[in-house]
Write a protein of this length. Structure first.
Length: 512
């Protein structure tokens, strides 16, 4: 992708991720010819409305509870500037550069539909900032997820008018200075533009897109890691037989079972049948059912985000006939983030479960009583003087407990605002931030299981012999781990090793 042409209709999750990560293949962003025409037409419509003295929310009236306050034409531009300054009240750590770039791209794409009344100059400024790497400093907290992501988007919008702060070249500058260094000129906002910039779901959409993408990677990683644990524990793959899953044909459950068998293909570490132990514990036997359910929630959020990426979510919206002669300004509620909030809450619950089952498999790798003595206690040969991997499970348990708190759905909470005019909100950004932390915790938990499973496989190989083969997918993962972490005969400082394994998980190298 040498050039990304945005048109408001065809942006994909993959494209957002490329731009967010600053890929050299995605640096050049432009506006399509048709989007340019529509944007110019809508901006001209706003000018006509102003000239005709029409009453339109946010254009000739105040915002929120001030919707009945008429604004004189000579103060219309001041109103837009004021919304940026008064609404930029976010708090908390700022979003990372990747998230900020995703927010900017998603906002630009929504405005490109041509229903928001923004000037072409202003829209092109957002695109220019993306292309040249000028990134507004946006605090992560302060959005209610209805009336759009007002506070964080106001911090983004401030930079467009030369106010606030921005990152450029790895340093934070006053916005005007950052723009000047990058060779970009700020704009003066025209009527409707302040509202168009701040009133939308771009922040929660960015979080949802990025965390759905991340969750998908983690779900495939979890399949590989769980298969390594299965091999280390002398488990059986019988429970993954498609004949079983055909009788309960949830599509993602069947896909997961098939994936597990592919990962384990050629393995000498799993037993076909053992009359003394004919079935495994749930954490091994029910991997397709649990991981498959997680996949369902990921699929749902992906579907939702693909719709939201190409939606118009500000208010009011400007509709015109083909000739641009008849103009209607309609007030609605597309800024309400409820669909996204529920979707992210759903995925947060699912990812918490992915972490829960991983922690239980880790426990089974470490507890000789639970694994029938197949592996030594805490995966160390000389327990007592050595604690082995005992404390890995402590950390996993702490993160599992934290995730259970974070999984409380934000979407069921609401606090009325703006003198009770905005009397129901989604808390969509809060849902996204919770999902982000849950995913971070699950990354670490899978890393702990992965490191323990590799240690367990080495103990199993001592029994099976060097000729025994790991599965096609698990062999690759095991070799990647052993490039970073050796078999640990005695206690060492583990956290450096854990971080090396975690980098494999974070970078998606364990996926198969």
């Amino acid at each position: 992708m040498e050039e990304l042409i945005i048109d408001g209709n065809s942006l994909t999750i993959q494209q957002v991720m490329l731009v967010a990560n600053g890929s050299p293949d995605a640096q050049k962003i432009t506006l399509s010819v048709e989007a340019t025409r529509r944007v110019q037409q809508a901006a001209a419509a706003v000018e006509r409305l102003m000239g005709d003295g029409e009453i339109a929310y946010g254009i000739t009236t105040g915002f929120g509870a001030f919707k009945g306050k008429l604004i004189p034409e000579e103060q219309a531009s001041e109103l837009q500037r004021n919304i940026m300054m008064s609404h930029a009240v976010g708090t908390g750590p700022p979003f990372d550069i990747q998230t900020t770039r995703a927010i900017m791209l998603i906002r630009a794409n929504a405005l490109a539909r041509g229903y928001s009344g923004i000037k072409l100059e202003t829209l092109n400024l957002i695109i220019d900032m993306l292309n040249k790497g000028v990134h507004p400093i946006i605090p992560s907290k302060g959005s209610l997820g209805a009336s759009g992501d007002l506070a964080p988007l106001a911090h983004m919008g401030l930079v467009l008018i030369g106010m606030g702060k921005a990152e450029y070249g790895g340093k934070v500058f006053p916005a005007l200075e950052a723009l000047q260094i990058a060779g970009i000129k700020p704009v003066a906002l025209a009527p409707k533009e302040g509202l168009a910039l701040t009133n939308g779901t771009s922040v929660m959409t960015a979080l949802g897109v990025m965390e759905a993408f991340r969750a998908q990677k983690l779900s495939h990683t979890a399949d590989v890691v769980s298969c390594m644990s299965l091999e280390a524990l002398n488990g059986t793959s019988i429970a993954f037989d498609d004949r079983i899953h055909k009788l309960r044909p949830h599509p993602r459950q069947r896909d997961c079972a098939k994936h597990l068998l592919e990962i384990l293909s050629g393995s000498d570490f799993t037993r076909p049948y053992d009359p003394h132990n004919i079935q495994d514990a749930y954490t091994l036997r029910c991997i397709p059912q649990v991981h498959g359910a997680v996949r369902e929630s990921i699929t749902y959020l992906h579907w939702m985000m693909e719709i939201e990426l190409n939606s118009v979510t500000d208010n009011p919206l400007i509709f015109m006939d083909e000739m641009g002669e008849k103009i209607e300004v309609l007030s609605g509620g597309n800024f309400h983030g409820e669909p996204l909030a529920i979707g992210m809450d759903y995925l947060g619950i699912a990812m918490t479960e992915l972490g829960n089952i991983s922690e239980r498999r880790l426990m089974r790798l470490l507890d000789a009583d639970s694994n029938g003595g197949i592996l030594p206690p805490f995966l160390t040969r000389e327990g007592g003087v050595n604690s082995g991997f005992m404390l890995l499970q402590y950390t996993a348990a702490a993160l599992a407990a934290e995730n259970k708190v974070l999984a409380h759905p934000s979407s069921v909470d609401t606090i009325p605002t703006s003198a009770n005019v905005e009397d129901h909100v989604s808390m969509g950004v809060t849902a996204g931030l919770q999902l982000r932390q849950i995913n971070s915790n699950v990354e670490h938990m899978l890393s702990l299981e992965l490191m323990a499973a590799a240690q367990g496989l080495d103990f199993r190989r001592e029994v099976l012999g060097d000729h025994a083969n790991l599965g096609k997918g698990t062999r690759r993962a095991y070799e990647l781990v052993r490039q970073e972490v050796p078999f640990l005969e005695n206690d060492e400082i583990y956290y450096d090793y854990i971080e090396k394994v975690k980098s494999l998980v974070t970078n998606g190298k364990i996926c198969y």
